[in-house]
Design a binder for this molecule. Sequence first.
Ligand code: GDP
Length: 309
Amino acid sequence: MDRNAKIFVAGHRGLVGSALVRKLELDGYKNLLLKNRAELDLLDFHKVHHFFEKEKPEYVLLAAAKVGGIFANNTLGADFIYENLTIQNNVVKSAHDTGVSKLLFLGSSCIYPRNCPQPMKEEYFLSGKPEPTNTPYAAAKIAGILMCQAFHKQYNDNFISVMPTNLYGPNDNFDLKTSHVFPALIRKFYEAKLNSEPTVTVWGTGAPKREFMHVDDLASACVFLMKSYDSPEIINIGTGVDVSIKDFAEMVKETVGYNGEIVWDTSKPDGTPQKLLDVSKINALGWNASIDLSTGIKKTYEWYTAKTR
Ligand code: GDP
């Protein structure tokens, strides 16, 4: 990618999009095309198409999506499937029609079957049913991957799809109802410490295992793949290491310096028992994650407390 190439980062205010912008700017890319929701409604095909015709971006990083944690996914399925299908349809079709050189579609590890062998290799895609708590979201992401592959096959469009693991970092959603577990626990333990609360309630049994990756690692992998990967086959991006929710909660508790007790609310769903990506494919290409979990918890805690102070 030429440093002066016009790059459209869709969703640049979110967790992933903002990390992509930080990384691209750090690497000297000067011609970033960024539009907030008021400036460009990605749910409106005509507006999106017109924008592509007018601006003619050379590269597209499709990081705009409706995302959320287990509660949001489980209760707002209609919004998740509709908005994600619509955004990706609008952006992918407009990119095709206006001759975009390369597009990167952000998938998710939840496209893999609920009972997938671990770690999850790319070849297990579509080998079983997704987890019920996030099937509508997974279905949209699966459709996005298949769409990029179909455009590649029929029109030779260079549209690639990457599968990130569970992400965290600056500009994450810290709303306790709709967020993922990572930001939720940072906030819960921090507020419990401030208010000297005797307990913190964590959902589920604590047994599920998740792989957490700092979003700056994801951004570095995406830029790496934009330069070096041109296959329509999906590629995982993760750390290759997972942790139980119980151990993760203990790590956050310790980092925050909270002295009370953890209470497990087993009326809340556990979701997928384990989600660990096999990252041998991207590692073999020469990319590895570099931010370990304890450093990432510390960095994110510092970011969150600075923001809320
Ligand atoms: P998932 O990876 O799609 O299941 O999404 P989440 O990040 O929302 O949840 C991961 C796991 O953390 C699930 O087993 C949740 O039940 C558990 N969990 C524990 N406490 C919380 C919490 O406060 N918020 C969320 N979102 N999940 C929690």
